[in-house]
Design a protein. Structure first.
Length: 420
């Protein structure tokens, strides 16, 4: 029964091997203060024992696919040898035919040619944080020693390109670049980057007030509308934007393949450097600690009351959501964006609500047109159904079951067209 549970609810891992440690000091980083959870150490690195236990237990589950996301902080602080160990353990514990997927989110400033070659060899997909041209990126993404990081990021990207490592770009949309959607989009395309992800910066201080670098719903809506117009004009088949791809996946297939569009937040587990397990990296807080993977099994985490309760929060919607025409696609937005005072409240409206409505008003008619085109293209690409010849009749009688098939195949009628 417990193994069946794991099959019914597949999940992925979001691993923080260096915890919140990072070589940059991005002014809007939401994870930097998570190091306060572990004050006994000033440097946080996942041990070989924790790494092996996590991978061994995960890959023992009967799932069709094993997905690992490596994040931080900055996960490349772990160095190349760590990721060589990762792939060695995945090979050791993966059963024959198992599909293993690795993603890594990085600021790219520590990427070396050797590291890039390893990621390429094992088909890692990297997400590189880049907020646009230097004048928009550098004020927010600063080195630990001061100064902007844009030039270092571009050097890392050059290493990835040199090794033919797959990567996409993650741009955080903050007060610094929210008014420049078209500029950011064109800049990324001009750099030869055609896989984009745009994440809204929604952060609050201890009193529940929006931070100066955060954006509100109106600004987010205007950003998305401008981004959509730039993309839809000529790039729908050239540039992949994760949010737009997910909207099309929903319209075409009914799939909800990004977290905030889901009805339940139980999609992955966060694993901290010491093996502590949490339900979401936006909610790595003491009250939501599920346990530690060195002393429990993944099935225990799946059955945890803390995990079930966290998943249930997503469906606790504000009354305005219940009557909204966009509820089917929005599902009340991410829990992190629902804020009331100093603490997120599941039943509160998303801070970005007005922006999502503005964007859907603006874009959904054209998304639906594009979805209809995709469906037609799929149908046209399907192989035609095989033609079944009409049985020949002789003297008003159909052939007997054991007679030669009249289609000329040489087989008996019962073994050929009669079965059709």
């Amino acid at each position: 029964m417990k193994n069946e549970l794991a099959i019914r609810r597949p999940f992925s891992l979001l691993v923080k091997p260096a915890s919140a440690d990072c070589n940059l000091r991005c002014r809007y980083c939401f994870y930097l203060d998570r190091s306060e959870l572990y004050p006994e150490r000033t440097v946080h690195r996942m041990s070989a024992a924790v790494l092996e236990t996590m991978i061994r237990k995960f890959m023992a589950l009967p799932m069709p696919r094993y997905a690992f996301g490596w994040q931080g902080g900055e996960p490349t602080l772990m160095g190349l040898d760590f990721f060589k160990r990762v792939t060695e353990l995945q090979s050791r514990y993966g059963r024959s035919g198992a599909i293993v997927a690795n993603g890594l989110q990085t600021n790219a400033t520590l990427i070396t040619p050797d590291m890039a070659r390893h990621f390429s060899k094992y088909s890692f997909l990297l997400g590189v944080s880049l907020d646009g041209p230097p004048e928009l990126h550098d004020p927010s993404r600063q080195r630990l020693t001061g100064g902007g990081s844009h030039a270092d990021v571009m050097r890392g990207i050059d290493c990835l390109r040199g090794a033919h490592t797959d990567f996409n770009i993650l741009a955080l949309v903050s007060s610094a670049n929210v008014a420049h959607a078209s500029l950011v989009y064109r800049y990324l395309c001009d750099q030869g980057a055609f896989y984009h992800q745009y994440i809204p910066c929604v952060e609050f201080d201890a009193a529940g007030r929006p931070q100066s670098f955060a954006i509100d719903g109106v600004a987010w809506g205007e950003f998305l509308c401008a981004l959509f117009d730039a993309w839809f004009a000529a790039d729908t088949r050239r540039v992949s934007i994760r949010l737009f791809d997910s909207i099309l996946a929903y319209l075409v297939d009914g799939a909800r393949n990004i977290c905030h569009m889901g009805r339940d937040c139980r999609q992955y587990f966060v694993v901290e450097y010491n093996g502590d397990v949490y339900p979401c990296d936006f909610f790595v807080v003491p009250d939501l600690r599920i346990g530690n993977i060195t002393t429990m099994e993944w099935r225990d985490a799946l059955e945890s009351g803390t995990y079930r309760e966290f998943g249930r929060r997503k469906s606790c919607l504000h009354s305005d959501c219940e009557i909204c025409r966009y509820l089917g696609i929005c599902q009340g937005d991410c829990l992190k964006h629902r804020q009331d005072g100093a603490h997120p409240v599941a039943s509160d409206l998303s801070r970005l609500c007005l922006g999502w409505q503005r964007f859907f008003d603006h874009s959904l008619p054209r998304f639906r047109e594009l979805a209809a085109v995709i469906r037609k293209e799929r149908q046209a690409a399907m192989p035609p159904a095989p033609l079944v010849p009409e049985p020949a009749f002789d003297g008003g009688k159909s052939p007997g079951r054991n007679d030669p098939c009249p289609c000329g195949s040489g087989r008996k009628y019962k073994k050929c067209c009669l079965r059709a």
